[in-house]
Design a protein around this ligand. Structure first.
Ligand SMILES: NC(=O)c1ccc[n+]([C@@H]2O[C@H](COP(=O)([O-])OP(=O)(O)OC[C@H]3O[C@@H](n4cnc5c(N)ncnc54)[C@H](O)[C@@H]3O)[C@@H](O)[C@H]2O)c1
Length: 273
């Protein structure tokens, strides 16, 4: 399958990045986000990223059309807020709007693919297509099969990921899949180290950067991901795996309660201009 026309729902940091990657591959993208200002911010972010990468700004943007509702396409990539009920609603509406042979993919970090597949009539054509942040830069796409995902659907999405210049890695549908099952407890533990006064935020991040050769420390990474998204993922890990070790650190939750969501709100563990 060529996926000539892709519908991206959600124009936040991930949806914008995914729309950019797909449009840069020469495909047509329809981008939908009903929240005021979201699409404008998304498009501005895409422009900035294309300029930074020295890519074809006008040509790529010309392939992205803003749509005010879900439209027929060969593939849905859903990238809305990390909320199971909201994602199920998009999947139900996409099932009605997209042709029966279209594939419905979610960029979710942790919501079970099987539960998204269960609310619609084509569970064999539902899959996780998990890009990493920033999507135009990072190589990995974690491809997650739900219980009923067909081999044909998985093969088509693996091939698409390669065609987008990415490296796919396949995982099964367990809480947090592989990436966030490993990453989120690491971030959570860093938040506990801060909460317990083991070290200042800068020292915790320096230790991870220089000691483990990570490109950024866990607290700076949490700010990049969004602390609301981190808490939502920890909640899924905690509920799905049932072990207290996955409960979100109270400091993470408190930051979210204060509206300190990380870079996207200007303040998280660090303050941003
Ligand atoms: N932030 C990351 O590092 C990262 C990495 C990989 C995957 N993800 C996943 O990608 C998804 C989006 O995350 P993000 O960081 O882009 O979040 P974000 O907060 O930057 O953007 C979310 C967007 O979804 C929109 N939205 C909310 N409800 C919607 C609806 N019902 N219909 C259409 N649009 C809606 C919002 O207006 C917003 O623009 C989440 O599932 C998240 O877990 C995030």
């Amino acid at each position: 399958m060529d996926f000539e026309h892709v519908l991206v729902v959600g124009a936040g940091q991930m949806g914008g990045g995914i729309a950019q990657v797909v449009a840069a591959s020469g495909r047509r993208v329809s981008l939908h986000d009903p929240y005021p200002g979201a699409v404008e911010r998304g498009l501005a972010g895409i422009r900035e990223s294309l300029e930074r990468l020295g890519a074809d700004v006008d040509g790529t943007l010309a392939r992205i059309t803003v749509v005010d509702d879900l439209v027929a396409a060969d593939l849905l990539i859903e990238a809305i807020v990390e909320d199971g009920a909201a994602k199920e609603d998009i999947f139900r509406r996409a099932d009605a709007a997209l042709p029966p042979d279209a594939i419905l993919a979610s960029n979710t970090s942790s919501i079970p693919i099987t539960s998204l597949a269960a609310v619609i009539g084509r569970p064999d054509r539902v899959i996780g297509m998990h890009f990493f942040n920033p999507a135009p830069v990072l190589q990995l796409v974690e491809v997650i099969r739900g219980l009923d995902t067909s081999d044909e659907t998985a093969a088509a999405i693996v091939a698409l990921a390669r065609d987008l210049g990415k490296t796919p890695a396949e995982a099964n549908d367990f809480p947090g899949f592989v990436s966030n099952r490993i990453l989120m407890p690491f971030i959570n533990e860093a938040a506990y180290a801060l909460l317990e006064g083991v070290a200042e935020a800068e020292a915790i991040d320096t230790i991870a950067r220089l000691g483990f050769a990570h490109p950024m420390g866990p607290l700076a990474l949490a700010d990049l991901i969004g602390l609301d998204t981190c808490v939502a993922i920890m909640d899924v890990l905690h509920a799905g795996l049932g072990d207290q070790k996955y409960a979100p650190c109270p400091l993470l939750r408190q930051h979210v309660q204060a509206g300190r969501l990380g870079r996207k709100s200007g303040r998280g563990f660090y303050t941003y201009a």
